[in-house]
Design a protein around this ligand. Structure first.
Ligand SMILES: Cc1cc2nc3c(=O)[nH]c(=O)nc-3n(C[C@H](O)[C@H](O)[C@H](O)COP(=O)(O)O)c2cc1C
Length: 312
């Protein structure tokens, strides 16, 4: 470990949670937490968000489901997952055996179904729950929740009513006119954090057929291409709510993570960049430590103070 790590504390506060560092693995980009071990052990992260779980197992969408773009990726996975029962019975215990509690990402078709999933997790080792209200790649539900403040409020309220053992975060879609409005609806309903953002709506065309290669026509765009959009969304959300904001979208360097923190994020999720660069989290931590040390900041809070002084 480089010497400068010894002089700074990269610990992050996300509401009541204390994380060893501000990096989280984003949902859908790190399996169930142990899938990349030992290439990328989950302990590198402050926390891991698991692949979104639905009440029943899902096969996901037909292939093709992934496509590279010049600065990112299109995906149409369609929430393939093992379902809540198998997740609780096999995936959570495997993580618990490593001493790890993940942030569990949930998706369901109604407020009641979300609440029922949360109830099932009440006794499980769970650091927080992330409500995925914004998956663009499924027909039944998903994107429409995060575009409707009333739905966001109802789902958040229902989960908060039934799940009181850990924070409840609400993950929002950028595919709206004002993400701040939706974030406020989540905060009003008792959310403990806002995760912003999920993928942007994107598409490709296969020139042999003149049609989209994806069975569901559109797909979710992620990766460096969406970083500026995510940064603006995080800035907007942070100006509208008092609960912590967890940034997601295109982060691929220590500089990106620092920009998210400056825009108001308490923590930052890494997603698409992990697919091509499993060494990224360790390098980002090293970069954060160097940035802090060069400014004589002993912690991320000290860096926030440093920025405040420089701005005034
Ligand atoms: C292949 C793939 C699968 C994803 N699956 C999920 C998912 O199951 N649940 C979810 O909330 N977000 C999912 N996402 C979205 C990411 O968590 C993240 O919000 C988005 O990709 C933007 O961050 P990034 O640009 O750092 O990847 C997925 C993204 C990708 C690329």
């Amino acid at each position: 470990m480089p010497e400068r790590h010894a002089t700074v504390d990269l610990g992050a506060r996300v509401g009541e949670l204390r994380l060893a560092n501000p990096l989280l693995a984003a949902s859908g980009c790190f399996g169930y937490g142990l899938d990349y071990d030992p290439l990328l052990p989950p302990e590198v992260f402050g926390a891991v968000v698991t692949k979104t779980i639905t009440p029943l197992p899902r096969k996901g969408n037909p292939v093709p489901r992934l496509m590279e773009t010049p600065a990112g990726m299109l995906n149409s996975i369609g929430l393939e997952n093992v379902g809540l029962d198998a997740f609780v019975e096999t995936k959570l215990p495997a993580l618990a055996a490593r001493g790890l509690s993940p942030v569990v990402s949930l998706s369901a078709g109604s407020a009641d179904a979300f609440a029922a999933m949360a109830r099932r997790l009440a006794d499980a080792p769970t650091l927080a729950i992330e409500l995925n209200l914004s998956c663009p790649n499924v027909a039944e539900h998903g994107a429409n929740f995060a575009t409707d403040p009333a739905a966001v409020e109802a789902i958040t309220r229902a989960v908060k009513r039934d799940f009181t053992v850990a924070p409840v975060w609400v993950k929002l879609s950028p595919n709206v006119t004002d993400i701040g409005l939706v974030a406020r609806a989540a905060e009003n309903a008792g959310a403990d954090g806002i995760c912003a953002i999920n993928t942007l709506l994107g598409m490709d065309i296969d020139l042999a057929t003149g049609r989209s290669p994806f069975a569901r026509v559109t797909a979710g765009l992620s990766g460096p291409a969406i970083f500026p959009v995510a940064l603006a969304a995080v800035h907007r959300v942070a100006s509208q709510v008092t609960i912590p904001v967890i940034a997601i979208g295109g982060a691929a360097s220590a500089a990106d993570v620092l920009k998210f923190i400056a825009a108001g994020a308490s923590a930052v999720q890494l997603g698409t960049a992990l697919f091509s660069d499993p060494g990224l989290p360790a390098r980002v931590l090293d970069g954060l430590a160097a940035f802090l040390a060069e400014r004589d900041c002993a912690s991320l809070d000290a860096l926030r103070e440093h920025w405040k002084e420089r701005a005034s």
